[in-house]
Every structure is written in C-alpha cells, then in structure tokens.
Write a protein that binds this ligand. Sequence first.
Ligand SMILES: [Zn+2]
Length: 358
Amino acid sequence: MWHDTGTSAWVTPAGLTVQPLGHIESAEGKRRIRNLVEVSGLIDHLVQLKPRMATEDEVLRLHTREYMDRIKKASDEIGGDAGDLSPFGHGSYEIALLAAGGCMTAVDAVLDGKVNNAYALVRPPGHHAERTTGRGFCIFANTALAAVHARQSRGLSRVAIVDWDVHHGNGTEHAFYDDPTVLTISIHQDNNYPPNSGGIGDTGSGPGVGYNINVPLPPGSGVGAYAATFDRVVAPALRAFRPELILIASGLDASAMDPLASMMMTSDGYRKLTRTMLDVAAEVCGGRLVACHEGGYSPAYVPYCGLAILEEMAGIRTGLEDPLLELLAQFGGQEIQPHQEAVVHQAAKLASGLQAPA
Ligand SMILES: [Zn+2]
C-alpha cells in the first residue's frame, strides 16, 4: 500500500497545462478490496499468507541486471519512472520485490498444499513490465516471475497464465513467446494498451508457436462476450494443454465502472469466470489456482469484483451484496454481440489446435 505513484493527472504527468491530481494507480482500490473482505466477514474463512521479497536472482530470470540496478538506484534516492508510465517513489524497489515475491509465496502455498488456492493482492502490478523496462504502472513481471518460479524452482513441467486484465499482457507474452511450457492467454480490449499490442495473429514463435493466445475483444464487450471466451477459448485451451498450475493475471479493469477501458463486466461476471477457472483447474491440475492482482481503477467498484472472486475461490457466500450489480447487469449489450462473437470464434480455432507440448 505504500508504493507511491506520486502526482499526475491520473496518467498524464502534471505540468503547467495539466493540473496535478492523484495518480490513477493508487493503493485505494486494493485497500478497499481488503476492507470489503473484512467487513463481509470473508476474511474469517481465509488463510492469510505472509509474503516474502523476491530475491535478485529470481527477478534476474526475466529482467536485466542493468534494469534492476536502475530501479534500485532511483528508489534509494527520490524515485523515478521505470520506463513508460511507471512512476514510483522512494522505497518502491523493495515493495516491487515484495509484490513479485508475494506471488511466489502464493504459488508455494498452493503447491505445498497449505491452501486450496490463493489470491495475491499485490501492487505495483506486473503484466506490462518487459525485460529492460517498466510499462503501464508495472515494475517487475510478478505473474510471469511466479510462473518461472513454478517451473524452475518447483520443477513443474507446464504452467498456464490466463490474463483477464482488460489491457494486453504484453510483458507476460514476451517472457514466454518462444516457450511451449508456459501457455499464455490474454483476454483484453482490442488495441487499448499498449498500443498495437495483443493481436490475435500473435501466437508465439519457434517452439512456442501456438502457446500464446490473444483474444482482443471489441470495446463494449460485456459479461456475455467474456463468458463465451472462457467457455469456448480458455477452458478448451487449458484442457488441451494440461497445465500443472494455473495462474490468473487478475486485473479488474474490465468492469463497467473502469475509467481506463471500455468494457462492461460486473462482479457477477467475474464470479462466473472464476467458477470456470476453478472447474477447469479441478479437472486438469488438482485445483491448483493462483490469482495475482494486476490492474483495476474504479476504487468504488473493484472491491465488489474482488469479493466475488474471493468468495468463489473460498467456496463461501457472505451475503454482502454488490449495490451496483442490478444496474450494470441490465446495461444494453451485456449479451454477446455479432462482432464480439466473430473474435471469440477466431480465438476458439486457436484453442482447438492446441496440444500439450511433447
Ligand atoms: Zn489493466
């Protein structure tokens, strides 16, 4: 919560023509998930895991020494920018290590059978971070580093990452683009952020061809388009790939209330997607499912989406209701539309061609 993204006008650096305002990637959305989990009583049913920092060697699996040193140096001074739109303050280096390490802690707890599944509520987010630069509020590639941890430190043969953050998981895609042992699936708003990234034709390279699936849904997609994507693309791809662990890059910015995208998901929509993920995980990998928090910029609504996901993962209904669900669920276009259907159809073909690597 102490990661300081400083002053800007949401995402635009403040200046003589831009009046300062808080940065949009703030602690508030995450803190309010935590608070709602407490107020609802769900927390009494959860096991709380104490995160550790990722080690330098662990981070160097996906980032360069030069990049790490640059972040550390700036963080020891007054902060800086990790690259493109990734401002940070004094001490953010250690907090970013804690975010990456927290995702590894969650993976270990699930693999060791301490918990059935886990949600790592961390920030800064990670799925835009590249080998040599931060992007889109991200510093280190948390979810991707957790996947490498599962592969290299825990010896798993196959790991899948399902990224339902509304923006393209470019960093995750790049980390495993030629790697057939980590299946990466990103469901995102077509060409939102990063620009010109996440096309449906980007399926991997070399031995990794076929093991990267992008589903660039049109703006305006609602629960119907997301549910169809999970039923017809994500679930079949996971069944074919047979991962030993499934990670979710869990951005909650596809909600109808989010200011950084134009989708129409609801808390109940996230509940449905979580149900699908739990069912597939039970089928293919003994229920081993770890969600790593990514984006989500409506502090008012993100908590209800987070609570729905956590309730589903814990198998408990607290009875605390989402006060906006009825309104958002009746928005026009919540059911799948023909132009959305066309994208899901195309992506389903990619999923049906998938096989587990030899
Ligand atoms: Zn996002």
